[in-house]
Design a protein around this ligand. Sequence first.
Ligand SMILES: C[S@@+](CC[C@H](N)C(=O)[O-])C[C@H]1O[C@@H](n2cnc3c(N)ncnc32)[C@H](O)[C@@H]1O
Length: 401
Amino acid sequence: MRKDSQANAAISILDDFLDGKNLNSILFNWTKNNRYAGSSDRESIRNIVFDILRVKKTFTSVLEKEKQPINGRALVFLHSVFYALNLNDIFTGQKYGPKKLSIFEKEFSKISKENIKECFGVVDNIPDFLTAEFKRSLGRKFKNAMRLLEKRAPISIRVNPLKSDISSILECLSLEGIEGKKSKIVRYGIDIIGNPRRLTQIQAFKDGCFEVQDLHSQKIIEDLPLDEHTKVLDYCAGAGGKILSIACSLKGNGKFYIHDIDEKKLKEADLRAERAGVKFKRLEVEKLQNYRCSFDYIVADVPCSGSGAWRRNPQQKWRITPESLNEILTRQTVILDEVKDLLKKNGYIFYITCSLLKIENEELIENFLMDNKHFRLLNKKNITIDDSGDGFFCAVLQKKK
Ligand SMILES: C[S@@+](CC[C@H](N)C(=O)[O-])C[C@H]1O[C@@H](n2cnc3c(N)ncnc32)[C@H](O)[C@@H]1O
């Protein structure tokens, strides 16, 4: 696809997003209806849309200042101005391309670059209702986190020690033209520096030698007090990222159980386990009561605001509302209540979020401990969002009796 057709696709996707549709469904339908588009086209379009959504508030404040309508075309226009793209290559007026620039837009393009620059670093790209909570939670780290949320997230992988090692994978990546560097912060991690696009196409990935996983997500798991030959339950396993990391780090020695309210998601976890050479046992809702006092460790990687990972999923930050955040907080409490009886005496709950907010992290755990005196807090950790990875919180809770 030409640049102008890609821009046109981004415009229609953004218009649908602004109309309130779900971004994943919009992208899915777009792909279904435009089969001629190859993977690199889809990636370019997705990059335009995601780059814009990360800084949507900055762009909309420029448009509001100039009393301009906020729509897909205006956002793609500002994106093109900001990245100094040749506007004539984009707003071509050709078939499948956006209409040519109006006289007003041509004039506007001259002033808007300065306007955007003025707004960058001033406007915080988070929902208004969360600004105070972010400031309270992050303190001095607030501004830095705001700037990081405007950038693309780093890409990294976790090498599976059951099947390979760091140097073999680095060699393999290099043969594929993908540039990687051994991570300094985790044992099995590799930072992907260049050309990450084909990562999941290469044979070593298909053979289960590595998984794509954020370095901080790996760090959270690496620091857990885990022993081999134990029973581990991932209660919110989803696609299995955390339990896979645990099972591989324990070299498959243990019994690994997965559960999720949305069982469809567990299919992906099963596929990944098979690739990695580990086994997961499914724990269905109706069987939960048979597993009272059964597990040595329970991972509760709970649903959360996702604020530590909004770089990867910027739609989440524009969809969250005070009501949906309250629902999330209730779910987190309910999940802790559900898992506590499944744990053996002296067992551990690993409560994990990818949130930067105290209400979902420290404060939720404080409330749990107040209501559950037979648990104690062994350790808690915030991993701040930075250039190596997303923001995470982890609390290790031990059951005393
Ligand atoms: C943060 S995601 C888990 C990600 C996953 N652990 C990973 O590392 O790939 C949270 C998961 O919790 C699940 N969930 C939400 N409410 C739940 C509940 N009440 N019981 C169990 N799982 C729940 C969601 O379906 C979602 O898959």
